[in-house]
Design a protein around this ligand. Sequence first.
Ligand code: MUC
Ligand code: MG
Length: 375
Amino acid sequence: DHRQGRRIVAVETTIVDVPTTRRHRLSNTEVTHQSYVIARASLSDGTVGYGEAATLGGPRWAEESVEAIKANIDTYLAPAVLGANALDFEANSAAMKRAASRNNAARAAVDAALYDAAGKSLGLPASQFLGGAVRDRIEVLWALASGDADQEIEEARGKLAAREHRRFKIKLGFHAPADDMARLARIVEALPGCEIVCDVNQAWSEATAIRYLPRMAELGIVLIEQPLRPGLVEATARIARRSAIPIMTDEAAFTGAEIVAQATAAAGSVYSLKLVKSGGLMDLKRAGGIAQACGMELYGGCLLETGLGAAAHLAVFSTLPSLEWGCEHFGPRIVKTDLIRPSLTFRDFHIHCPTGPGLGVQVDEDALAAMTRKA
Ligand code: MUC
Ligand code: MG
C-alpha cells in the first residue's frame, strides 16, 4: 500500500538568521540578514522533509514575522496535520486553513515539508504531485538593491561575466524619484542589452508614477512591479492604462479573489507568484491558473529564500504550462551561507529545477545548526 508509512508523526520548527552578502534595500525596509522558519516533518517510515517560511525585514514585507510563524506552526498548524497521511495534500492544506486564517508563510513551510517528506518517502519529485515538470530550468534574474549605482553596475557586470544573470531588477522608492531615475539611467547605460525590471514596492503616488513612467519607457524598462499601495486599485489601473510598460502585481494580490480583482480592474497584466502569498504548493499552482485565466502573464517571484525555499517554488514553477517572465530566485546567492548542500545550479542565466525526490535538495544540518537563533 503506497499510503503505508506516510503518517505525519512530528512537525518541528527552527528560527534561523542568515547574513546576506550585502545590504538589500526596498522602499519600506532594508536587510543585512534574512530570517526564516525551517519546518521539519517526520513520517512514520522515518522519512524527514523540510520546508521554509521566508520573511523580509521582520513583519514588514508581509505581516508575518518568524516569531509569529514559529508560534503559529507549533500551536495551531502542526497539531492540525499530526496523525494525518502526508499524501493527503489537499486535506492537510484545508486542515491548516481551518486551524489558522491567512498565516500563508507558516502554512507554506509546513506544506513544503510535507511535499518533501512524501516525495522522499516514495522516491518521487514533488513536481510529480503537481502535474509533473514541463521544464527543467528557468531564466533567473538578479536584484540590484544597494541603492549605489556604481556598486550596482559592478555587481551586475560580475553576474554577466559569470553567465549567471542577464536580466536585472532594480529596487526603487527608497531614494527620491528624480534620484532613482538618475540611478536607473546610469545602470541602463552601463548594461546594454540587459532587460531591466523595476520594483517600486508601493512607494509611489499616482502622480509620481504619471510623472516618471514616460522616462522609464524611454530607458527601455520592461516591467514595473507594484508602483502603488495595494488598496489603490483604480489609481493603479489608471497608471496601467497610460503606461507603455506592463505593470506587475505583487503585494496587491495574495488570494485568488485578489488576483481576479486586480486583473478585472486592469491594474496589472503580469502576476508575481510567491509561496508567502499563496500559502502552499498546490495553492501556488492554483494562483498561477487563476492569473492565467484572467489573461495575466506569470513571473516566478521570491522573498529571498535560501535554496530550500527556492526549491519549493521551483517544484511548482517547473509544472506551470507557461511562465513568460522566468523567475527571480537569486536568494540562494544573496545569503552568505545556503541551508542546502549542494546549492542550486545557476548556469547560462538559468536556475536548474532540482529533479531528485521531494524538493530534490538536502538540508545542510551543520549550516542549519550554525544559523539557528539562540533562545
Ligand atoms: C519583492 O517585493 O519582490 C523579492 C526580490 C527583491 O529584491 O525583493 C523581494 C520582494
Ligand atoms: Mg516585489
